[in-house]
Design a binder for this molecule. Sequence first.
Ligand SMILES: [Fe+2]
Length: 205
Amino acid sequence: MKVKLLLLLHKAKYIDNENTLVIVMRISTEMAKAINDQISYEASSANAYISIGSWCERTGYDGSAAFFFEQAAEENGHMLKLIHYLNGVEAEAIIPAIEKPPGSFESLESTFQFGLKSEQTVTQAIYDLVDMAEKEKDRSTYSFLQWFVIEQIEEETLFHTILQKFDLLGRDKLAVYQIDQSLASVRSQAMSKQTGLKQPSTKHA
Ligand SMILES: [Fe+2]
């Protein structure tokens, strides 16, 4: 019984003197709210990428559609990672309602500009979370967030690399077709050039 009680305490759950299960949240209420906000950003990103993928698919950009659907799965993985963390520290992960994303785009290039802007916004939100963890001396959350810091560097680099293709190859129909065709595999190509912190085949959170 003593060992069992210690194990329960390790999980920040224990039975008090009145035989009530007590659950102790291991991060601050403010931090839990901020991470829940991040869950919302990740969910919105996933939704927006599905919408872009759908636009690409019906416009005939098959390579880009595959890219954005995979990107949406990535964002979904990020959301799940945050949900698991919150639940693991005895905070409550809240699954958010999501606003309707844009449904049509001016050009293929504009979808990647949208993606880059979205990633830059998420990066700033992650940095704000890191700052908050540092301020609160919340070492657990600080350590957890480092994965996201590296992830965001990779995501921004990926979108920059794709946008560079439009400058290099041009924006006429043939160039855009070639760029689209290259995008089905661009994610794995870009990731192989990274620092080796993550392998493409195991990238999903
Ligand atoms: Fe993300």
